[in-house]
Write a protein that binds this ligand. Structure first.
Ligand SMILES: [Fe+2]
Length: 129
């Protein structure tokens, strides 16, 4: 975890680390020529973990009555759908140039979200608890 994506909230940061570990595991599974089953399994784990993480973040937001919750949740909903679509495609097509490009794009989107929205959320939790 590089400092620019550290929010300072232990739970959020540790879950982000797990997500990026899962992304790297999936990239490894693809590049080392693992079978489609392993790739599908790893992609599904990633999707499940993203869902768990977003639920945890949303619970934190409800607890502190986070004012920016609506906008933040909108991103979560859209991102979960994008990940689910990606997993379907991965299961169907396996590791292709296109699916790998999409995985990198999804990771980049999440990094942007963390840099802006999750950092803002973590700061709010710090100041209001
Ligand atoms: Fe978030």
């Amino acid at each position: 975890m590089t400092p620019d994506i550290e929010t300072g909230n232990d739970l959020i940061d540790s879950e982000h680390t797990q997500i990026f570990d899962a992304v790297n595991e999936l990239l490894d599974a693809c590049s080392s020529g693992h079978g489609r089953d392993k790739i599908a399994h790893t992609a599904e784990f990633l999707a499940g973990y993203v869902g768990k993480h977003f639920s945890d973040e949303e619970a934190l937001q409800r607890k502190c009555q986070y004012p920016n919750m609506e906008k933040h949740l909108k991103f979560h909903v859209k991102y979960k759908k994008d990940v689910a679509d990606f997993v379907d495609k991965m299961k169907k097509d396996g590791a292709t140039v296109q699916t790998l490009g999409e995985l990198n794009a999804l990771a980049g989107l999440l990094i942007n979200h963390i840099r802006q929205e999750d950092k803002r959320l973590a700061a709010y939790i710090r100041e209001n608890s």
